[in-house]
Every structure is written in structure tokens, then in C-alpha cells.
Design a protein around this ligand. Sequence first.
Ligand SMILES: Cc1cc2nc3c(=O)[nH]c(=O)nc-3n(C[C@H](O)[C@H](O)[C@H](O)COP(=O)(O)OP(=O)(O)OC[C@H]3O[C@@H](n4cnc5c(N)ncnc54)[C@H](O)[C@@H]3O)c2cc1C
Length: 397
Amino acid sequence: MADQNHAAVETVESLIDDELLTRIRSRAATHDRENTFPEDDLRELAEVGYLRMLVPVEHGGLGYGFARVAREQTRLATAAPATALAINMHLVWTGVATLLGKQGDHSLDWLLEEAAAGEVFAFGNSEAGNDLVLFGSRTRAVPTGDGGYGFTGRKIFTSLSPVWTRLGVFGLDDSDPEAPLLVHAFLDRGPGVETLDDWDTVGMRATQSRTTVLSEARAPASRVFRKLPAGPSADPLIFGIFAGFEILLAAVYTGIGQRAVELAVEAAHRRTSMKNGGRPLAHDPDIRWKVAEAGILQDGIPPQIQALATDVDEGVPHGAAWFPKLVGLKVRATENARLVVDQALRVSGGSSLANSSELGRLYRDVVAGMFHPSDGESAHATVATSLLGPVPEPGSE
Ligand SMILES: Cc1cc2nc3c(=O)[nH]c(=O)nc-3n(C[C@H](O)[C@H](O)[C@H](O)COP(=O)(O)OP(=O)(O)OC[C@H]3O[C@@H](n4cnc5c(N)ncnc54)[C@H](O)[C@@H]3O)c2cc1C
């Protein structure tokens, strides 16, 4: 067992000390089994300032950049992937507001101050069958005449459902059919906002990403923060949401991979072989290859996340190359994490099939990575267009 010390132990500076990480890890299996939101995790993380990480110091936050926050999210995800994924939503909103502020757009400064004061921000953007994602909406946004809007529609996968206090939504205002607008706003809980109890998935269960039904839910003028022409947009808001999501999603799923490597190493030391006189499988060349394969795959991603996150933090002008870079990172990280978990399962053997197995849970959680925007199809279309140019309309060649 002394060999276990051979696994590389990295000491990282983190808001989450080892004791807090252990407490969060100890609760993860229960929230997964009971399909409940990890309220204790959220409370303890808020206490150490986790929800204020991306809020600038002058607004009462910790002033971290995406590079630091990505490292924190990877560490948190090694203990509780669903907790990390749910909190991603809040972190992305605060990151968006900070990026806009850096560019002189202070329309979301109020969000930074509210986040510093303890409000929890969620994303109510996804809609069934909306593969235009941020460039179209099935939700109706109807002007109320005083600068505010009433939103009617169904938002799916609203993570943080039991606990959010501010919900970012968007919908289509087609009151001028010649110039339809996508209207972005924040809602409070209240009349017209209903959370269904319909989250029962195989993985990422503790995110409690339930359906939100909006029935003329009112956002006052002060909470309407963007109106963009329907269709693709290069608005800094879209860039901020996109960059924040792709980087922090990559960070969360990379945390799953990191934990899978740790569990593979433990399993290789724990399991023994009768064929080889009771020696641990850690001495078996085939098992060593698999553990090494997982390690090789895992090792490549964190530096990629750090590099791109630092570019976002420093405002490096990648221009049109930003989108292929960001989707590429998200796809590489989420797909890579699946491959790492797969190797770890092979090392760990059949016990990981048990519902009580942590690795079994990681196997269920890691699969969710492929569904987040940009999904494989959308990401490959983005990169293909960047490399090959757009496909011409039929007949235009
Ligand atoms: C764990 C997790 C957490 C997430 N958290 C958030 C979040 O907090 N906020 C957020 O905005 N998004 C969130 N997302 C949502 C994500 O961004 C995607 O929108 C989501 O995965 C849906 O993907 P899909 O379109 O492939 O699903 P699909 O399976 O294609 O569709 C989802 C549902 O819509 C129905 N549907 C599909 N097409 C149609 C149609 N044409 N007409 C009517 N119904 C249709 C399907 O039957 C299904 O019930 C989360 C996703 C995951 C996996």
C-alpha cells in the first residue's frame, strides 16, 4: 500500500480547503441517490466567498479571473460534479457581468452587487427543440408598455432550481415583425414563474435542473438588460456567456476525469491477482498501461483550459478564432473526461457497476458533458466553417 504514495499529489491554492472538500465529497452520494439539491454545499461554499469569486473587488467580490475560477471548479468537481456544474451557472453570470464591465458596459453592475450580497443567479435559457440556442427563442417576450416585459414559455434544464433567487431568461419580442428582438432579462421568483418537479436523470442528479414554466412572468424595465436582433450576434453579451460556459464546463468535466484517475490508482493498489500470487493489479502490465493511458489523457487538458481562460481574462483579441477555440476546448475536455472515466472503469472492475460506487456515479455524470452547448454537431460545424468556409446555398455556386 506504500506504493499509493507514488500517485502525484498536487498542492493547489484554493478557497476550498481539504476539510471542506471532504465534507462536500461525503454528501455527494446521498444527493445523487436521493435526487436532492446540495443545499449544505451551497451554504458552505457561499460562506468562503465561492459565489463572489468572479465579482470584482470594488463590487464586494474576490476579483478572481476565469483562470483561477476554472481551477477551483475542477477541484470542486473532483468531490461533487453536480454541485460544481450547478454553481457554474451562477459563476457564468457573474463572469459575464464582469467582462461587460471591463469593456465599459455597466448594465449588469447591479448583478455583481447582488451576487456579492448573496443572491444566486441561474440560467433559464434552454428550450425544448431550440437548436438556435442563443440566436432564437420559443419563449414570447411581450412589452408591458413601461419598458418591462412579460415572458411566456418553457425553459428546460434550469440548474439550481430549488435555490436560485434571480433567473436570467430571454424571449422573442415580435411586436415589430420586420425587426424581431431577442430580449434578455432577469426574473425574481413570483407570479408567472413555476418550477416543475420533473428532474429524474441518470447523471448530474444533484443539479436539480428542473423545467421552469413562465406565464407572463414580469421583468421590470430595470431588469431588462439587452435587446438584440433575432439571429446570430457578435454582441459582447453573447461572447461573455459563450466564453464563460465553454471554459467552466471544460473545468467541471476535467475534475471528473481527475477524480477518475485517483480512483483508478486506488483500485489498482487495492485489487489483487490470484494468477500472480496475490500481487496487486498495480504490478500487472495491462493494468499499468490503462492507468497510464488515463493519466496521459487527463494531463493534457488543464493547461489548455488555463491558456484559454487567461486569454479571456486578459482580453486577447482572437477575433473570429474565439469561437472555434472555445467550442474546441469544451468538446475536447468533455469527450476526454469520458475516455478517462472509461479507462478507470476497466481498471476498477465490476464493483464500479454498483449504484453505491463513486466511479459508477462519475460514469453517469460524465455523460452529461456531451449535451451542453456547444454539442458535437454545433461545435464541428463551427470549426468546419472556420477551416473550410461556409457551405454555399444550393444553386449559388
Ligand atoms: C446537467 C445539465 C444541466 C444544464 N443546466 C442548464 C441550465 O442551468 N440552464 C440552461 O439554460 N440550460 C442548461 N442545460 C441545458 C443544455 O444547455 C441543453 O439545452 C440541453 O442539454 C438540451 O439538449 P438537447 O436539445 O440535446 O435535448 P433534446 O433531448 O433534443 O430536447 C430536450 C427536450 O425537448 C424536447 N424536444 C426536442 N425537440 C423538440 C421539438 N422540436 N418540439 C418540442 N419538444 C422538443 C425533447 O422531447 C426533450 O424532452 C443543462 C444541461 C445539462 C445536461
